[in-house]
Write a protein that binds this ligand. Sequence first.
Ligand code: NAD
Ligand code: AHE
Ligand code: ZN
Length: 369
Amino acid sequence: MKSRAAVAFEAGKPLQIVEIDVEPPRKGEVLVKITHTALCHTDAFTLSGDDPEGVFPAVLGHEGAGIVVEVGEGVTSVKPGDHVIPLYTAECGECLFCKSGKTNLCVAVRATQGKGVMPDGTTRFSYNGEPIYHYMGCSTFSEYTVVAEVSLAKVNPDANPEHVCLLGCGVTTGIGAVHNTAKVAEGDSVAVFGLGAIGLAVIQGAVQAKAGRIIAIDTNAEKFELARQMGATDCVNPRDHDKPIQEVIVEMTGWGVDHSFECIGNVDVMRAALECAHRGWGQSVIIGVAGAGKEISTRPFQLVTGRKWMGTAFGGVKGRTQLPGMVEDAMRGDIQLAPFVTHTLPLERINEAFELMHAGESIRTVIHY
Ligand code: NAD
Ligand code: AHE
Ligand code: ZN
């Protein structure tokens, strides 16, 4: 079938809106009509050419919501008409990782997903007879996409897809990082570096956990108003200080914060986030994705003196098991999604959404088809 799609033909170039060919779903696969998708900074990261797993040409996008159109052989957990959220972190329930009870990092389709192909090693997308690669197992920048059955969460059909698409990545990651990875407890102090959707979702999670002080840090002061609305108690712009930001946070708190979260993808800020964690027990969670070749460093003394350095993917959330419940939380108002949607645009204007992100003007732009 034909599908309107925004295709990344080359790294560093704007997407092109073209009509691609989409093959029917094969065994264990599902054809989904995407109704809404947002852009996450990771899409921009991959488009920039900095992602070691970036393959081109590809259909990017991994924060979407849609409706099942057709299922391939053997698919039992979804049927045409079901409302779904594609998952870049699959959940097969059967692999070593799923069975461990220790992680959400399912490996069922991860190896082929990282190469931009379906589990059988081929693509379902093509343009003028040439293959177009998939992205993060989702490819939500196409009106019709094919994903593995294990990469779909079936959600309440009454949920607003313009909002719940954000649970496909950003909001789930931030909230999940607070509860599943850091396990923030009542009264704990928190520092959040980077106030995009991920950082704001961390603030929302910290409020849910009844954290005490929530310090929001960004070099763009325009982000502070929403951060305060979400529940930040303090907002700090590193540019207002002539000393390293970790020193500023330690001075504000005495010994540092109980939990810090890096939500930018900057390895220098990752170091700062670790070094503003409390002596003896403070922990720092890396959420941001750093470019190819980047490495983190700190004095080992920072760890010897009791700080813990951690990371999280999709906030540790098991998508098929837990995402339906998060959708219900959003429908009840226990997770707020509307404040994240600062812009909406039709697919044809998706490149403007990237510009808004790079200009620091948007939190999330939701694309509709
Ligand atoms: P975003 O671009 O919307 O937000 C980033 C924020 O960081 C912006 O507000 C920007 O002003 C701020 N910032 C930039 N440099 C800064 C600095 N030096 N000090 C303080 N603030 C600074 O991005 P996003 O969509 O919220 O994503 C954030 C990061 O999280 C990205 O790296 C993305 O790839 C990553 N991510 C990771 C996961 C995961 O599962 N680990 C999931 C989603 C996103
Ligand atoms: N492909 C990159 C790594 C990208 C990365 O770390 N992705 C995060 C999700 S970002 C969502 O916006 C993640 O979940 N990683 C774990 C995984 O299995 O992909 C690289 O460095 O190769
Ligand atoms: Zn993302």
